[in-house]
Design a protein around this ligand. Structure first.
Ligand code: HEM
Length: 470
C-alpha cells in the first residue's frame, strides 16, 4: 500500500514568504523567542516545527552569533545539500569538533574531504558490507541471547550491539572488554558538552588548555584513545594484510582519482581521524534508531507480529545471512518508518562560506547557519499522509515523494558513507529480536517516549520495555 503523495507542482512548490522591503525571509523575532522562553537549544523540535508552520519553507532569524536560515522544503534542501554545497562549509559545531576528531570525513573541508571520501569509499562498498553480515548477525544474537524475561532498558543493549559491530567491522575486535575499553576512552574524550557557538575560538582554546575540570578529562580520554588506535595502526603496519576490517582498507587505500599515478597511502594521523569519526558516526546513531524501534514495537503489537512472521518465514531458527537481506522487506520498512518519525540525525547544519550568495531573491550572508531539519520535513503532511501515524507500509510500492522529503542519511557529497552498513545492522538486529522475543510497554511507561535532541536525537530516559520470550 503506497501513500497518495501530492504530485501537483503547485502543492509541492516551496512556500517562500517575504515582507515588502525586508532583506530576509520572515521568522520569529528575538523578542518573541525570549518572551515565549523557547530558544532553539531548549526545545529544538517544537521550535523548528513551529517556525515552519508560521513562516513557511524558508525561515530566517538572528541568533546571538549571527544569522540562521531554516529550510523546510525538499526542493530547498536539495539546493542546500547539492547545488549550493560548494558555497557552504561544515556547521560550526563540526568545525569545533576538529579539536578531537581531527580531519575525518565529518569535520574536514574540501578538497581534503573529497580525497578522503574517495579513499574510504571502497571500505563501505556493498560487497564489503556483505562480508560483515555474519558479524552483525553474530553480535545481535550474542547480546540478545543473554537476556532474561522481564523489564529491561533497551538503550544500553542497543548501544552494546552497535559497539560490538563497530569494533568488529572497524578493528576486527572479538573481545567484549577490548571493545568496551575503546568506547570508555572515547566517551571520556567527548565527555564535555559542546561549547555554545557564541564562545569565541580564542576563549575556547584557553579553556581547552586548563589543567583541571572537564577539559582535563577530555585530554586524558584523548591520550588513551590515541594510544589504543595508534597502537593498532603500528601493529598492522608491522604485519600488513587484509584482516577483513575497515582499518585494513583504510591503511591500504590510495586515491583512485589519481589515475594510478599516486600510490600514496593515508598518513597515520588521517587513519586515526577516520577511525574516531567512524566510531562517533557509526555507533550511537544506529543504537538510537534501534532503541526507538524497540519502543515502537512495544507499542504496536500488530507491527511486531508481522515482523515475527517474516523472521520465522525467512530464517526459521537460524541466524540471518547476507543473502537474506533482500527478503526481509518488512523489517526494512519498519526501520525506514522509525527513521522517518525519529531521525537520529534530526537536523543537518551547514555554515555559509566567506562569500555571500543569492538564494530565491534573498542574500545568504557569510557564516550564516543553514539548517535542514529532518524532524520537520519527515512529518510534513504535504508529503506524508497522517504523518504522526506509525505505518511501515507507506514505504511499500513506488515512491513518488521528492528526494529530500526523506533524508535520514543526508545527501550530496556528504551523504552518510555507512548507510548500507546501518541498514543491514538495523534489519538483522530487528529481525533477530522480533523472532525470539515479544516486547510490551514497561509498567508505568509514559504515553510517548521522552526524547532528547542534542547532537543526535536519542531517548531521554532510556527505553524500558517488558521482554517476553517466544
Ligand atoms: C542509522 C544510522 C545512521 C544514520 C541515521 C546516519 C546519518 C548520517 C547523516 C545524516 C550524515 C550526513 C551528515 C551531514 O551531512 O552533515 C552522516 C554522515 C556520515 N556517517 Fe552516518 N549515519 C548512520 C550510521 C553510520 C554508520 C554505521 C557509519 C560508519 C560505520 C557512519 C559513518 C558516517 C560518516 C563517516 C559520515 C560523514 C560522511 C562525509 O561527510 O563524507 N554512519 N551519517
Amino acid at each position: 500500500m503506497a501513500t497518495s503523495i501530492p504530485t501537483s507542482p503547485e502543492l509541492c512548490a516551496p512556500r517562500i514568504l517575504s515582507n515588502p522591503g525586508a532583506p530576509y525571509p520572515p521568522g520569529p523575532s528575538l523578542w518573541s523567542r525570549l518572551l515565549t522562553a523557547k530558544p532553539l537549544w531548549q526545545n529544538p523540535i517544537d521550535t523548528l516545527t513551529e517556525n515552519a508552520r508560521r513562516f513557511g519553507d524558508l525561515v530566517h532569524y538572528h541568533a546571538l552569533d549571527g544569522h540562521v536560515f531554516q529550510f523546510n522544503h525538499p526542493a530547498l534542501i536539495q539546493e542546500l545539500l547539492t547545488e549550493n554545497e560548494r558555497r557552504n562549509r561544515r556547521v560550526l559545531i563540526m568545525q569545533r569538533a576538529r579539536s578531537f576528531l581531527g580531519d575525518g570525513l565529518l569535520t574536514s573541508e574540501e578538497p581534503l574531504h573529497m580525497r578522503q571520501r574517495r579513499m574510504a569509499a571502497p571500505a563501505f562498498h556493498r560487497q564489503r558490507i556483505t562480508a560483515y553480515a555474519d558479524a552483525i548477525a553474530h553480535f545481535a544474537a550474542e547480546v540478545t541471547e543473554r537476556w532474561q524475561p522481564g523489564v529491561r532498558d533497551m538503550h544500553p543493549e542497543m548501544l552494546l550491539i552497535a559497539l560490538r559491530i563497530v569494533g568488529k567491522t572497524l578493528f576486527d575486535i572479538d573481545d567484549e572488554a577490548e571493545a568496551l575499553a575503546i568506547t570508555e576512552a572515547f566517551n571520556s574524550m567527548r565527555g564535555a558538552p559542546p561549547p555554545p557557538a557564541w564562545i569565541p575560538d580564542s576563549v575556547l582554546e584557553a579553556l581547552q588548555k586548563m589543567p583541571f575540570g572537564p577539559m582535563l578529562r577530555v585530554r586524558k580520554g584523548m591520550e588513551r584513545i590515541d594510544s589504543i588506535i595508534y597502537g593498532m595502526i603500528a601493529a598492522r603496519r608491522k604485519s600488513p594484510g587484509d584482516r577483513g576490517d575497515l582499518l585494513s582498507m583504510l591503511l591500504e587505500a590510495t586515491d583512485p582519482d589519481s589515475g594510478g599515478t599516486s600510490q600514496e597511502k593515508m598518513p597515520d594521523k588521517l587513519v586515526r581521524d577516520e577511525c574516531l569519526t567512524i566510531i562517533l558516526a557509526g555507533h550511537e546513531t544506529t543504537a538510537n534508531v534501534l532503541s526507538f524501534a524497540m519502543d515502537v514495537l512495544a507499542r504496536h503489537p500488530e507491527v511486531q507480529e508481522a515482523l515475527h512472521e517474516e523472521a520465522v518465514r525467512v530464517l526459521g531458527a537460524r541466524r540471518p545471512q547476507a543473502a537474506d537481506y533482500s527478503s526481509l522487506k518488512y523489517a526494512y520498512m519498519v526501520l525506514a518508518e522509525v527513521m522517518r518519525l525519529f531521525p537520529t540525525v534530526w537536523v543537518i547544519g551547514r555554515s555559509a562560506g566567506p562569500e555571500p550568495y543569492d538564494f530565491h531573491g534573498f542574500t545568504i550572508p557569510p557564516k550564516a547557519a543553514l539548517l535542514a531539519p529532518q524532524i520537520v520535513v519527515h512529518r510534513d503532511p504535504r508529503f506524508w499522509d497522517n504523518p504522526e501515524t506509525f505505518n511501515p507500509l507507506r514505504f511499500a510500492g513506488e515512491n513518488k515523494r521528492p528526494r529530500y522529503a526523506y533524508f535520514p542519511f543526508g545527501g550530496g557529497s556528504r551523504q552518510c558513507i555507512g548507510e548500507a552498513l546501518a541498514w543491514m545492522e538495523g534489519v538483522f538486529t530487528l529481525t533477530t529480536i522480533a523472532r525470539d522475543w515479544r516486547l510490551e510497554p514497561a509498567p508505568g511507561a509514559p504515553a510517548r517516549l521522552p526524547l532528547q535532541a542534542s547532537i543526535n536525537l536519542r531517548p531521554k530516559n532510556g527505553v524500558p520495555v517488558c521482554l517476553i520470550r517466544r
